[in-house]
Design a protein around this ligand. Structure first.
Ligand SMILES: *[C@@H]1O[C@H](CO)[C@@H](O)[C@H](O)[C@H]1NC(C)=O
Ligand SMILES: *[C@@H]1O[C@H](CO)[C@@H](O)[C@H](O)[C@H]1NC(C)=O
Length: 185
């Protein structure tokens, strides 16, 4: 389940040691905003590719960007003022357009104990910038092909692909999440 372009990153992940290198990975600590970039090339993607950000409820919005806190110890969860963030809340919309992601729910931050399995968020050493990954090297996210306007709050899903759908499904964009620290200790 890995794309060609992610293979070097996978190797880097095996060598990853928290905080031991001064690259993008070391910035994925403490508090930050999650900016949504319409670029999946980890070598070039930057804030210049920004099309929106994630709000306190874990939705894709234009500029109501929440401050997220990453738990630096295991299980390395993300949370906002609303609560913990998860892809496991069954009340969130399914990604019905995706062949492999049709059973997956959009991201959610809020109250409730939804997690059936550990959901940790990390980045990968070797990435120039701290792109947010989860699960088994999922560093890409799936959104509808829409730039939110003021007041829109849109779903964001994990990106799934496979032999019958080798890239993002029609009508959606594959994006990166960039962690932008808001303060440093
Ligand atoms: C987002 O990326 C897709 C795929 O490269 C492109 O077709 C689309 O025009 C981009 N949209 C914006 C708003 O940049
Ligand atoms: C949020 O996640 C942390 C870490 O797993 C946990 O200690 C805390 O109880 C969770 N909070 C809620 C409201 O579930």
């Amino acid at each position: 389940m890995m794309t060609q372009s992610l293979l070097p990153a996978v190797l880097s992940a095996l060598l990853w040691a928290h905080g031991s290198h001064a690259d993008g990975a070391s910035e994925f600590v403490g508090r930050g905003q999650i900016q949504v970039l319409n670029n999946t090339d980890v070598a070039t993607a930057s804030i210049a590719d920004r099309i929106g950000c994630m709000n306190a409820r874990g939705e894709f919005v234009l500029d109501d960007c929440a401050v997220f806190t990453r738990l630096d110890a295991s299980p390395n969860t993300l949370s906002t003022s609303a609560g913990n963030c998860t892809f496991q809340n069954p009340n969130m919309p399914l990604n019905t357009d995706s062949i492999y992601g049709q059973d997956s729910h959009s991201w959610f931050c809020g109250e409730g104990k939804w997690t059936q399995y550990d959901e940790y968020y990390y980045t990968i050493e070797g990435f120039l910038r701290p792109f947010v990954c989860n699960g088994n090297i999922n560093c890409n996210y799936d959104i509808k092909a829409i730039v939110p306007t003021e007041g829109d709050a849109l779903p964001a899903w994990q990106y799934y692909w496979g032999s019958q759908q080798m890239d993002i499904e029609a009508g959606h964009w594959r994006v990166l999440w960039l962690w932008v620290p808001v303060d440093k200790e």
